[in-house]
Design a protein around this ligand. Structure first.
Ligand SMILES: [Zn+2]
Length: 82
């Protein structure tokens, strides 16, 4: 487990996965002011804190899934769909 970098944390605060830019997350267990979320695109797991604290990375992304999501997004972008 590690703290996200400032750049990664900024993306996550905007509901964007810092690894694959997916915007859908699955919500897991809630704790005291924090919630575990998993990226629907690359399975990276985060502990997201409300308030001042930087989110933490619990589980590394699946790089193959992240690459697939990024490729799909690039294809949609090139086709003018996004
Ligand atoms: Zn992701």
């Amino acid at each position: 487990m590690r703290d996200l970098t400032a750049a990664e944390d900024n993306l996550l605060n905007g509901s964007i996965c810092p690894f694959c830019y997916e915007q859908q997350f699955l919500e897991g267990p809630h704790g005291l002011g924090s919630v575990n979320i998993m990226c629907a695109g690359c399975d990276a797991k985060f502990c997201y804190h409300q308030g001042l604290f930087v989110a933490q990375l619990i589980d590394e992304p699946d790089v193959h899934k992240a690459a697939r999501v990024l490729c799909q997004k690039a294809a949609r972008y090139e086709a003018g769909l996004e």
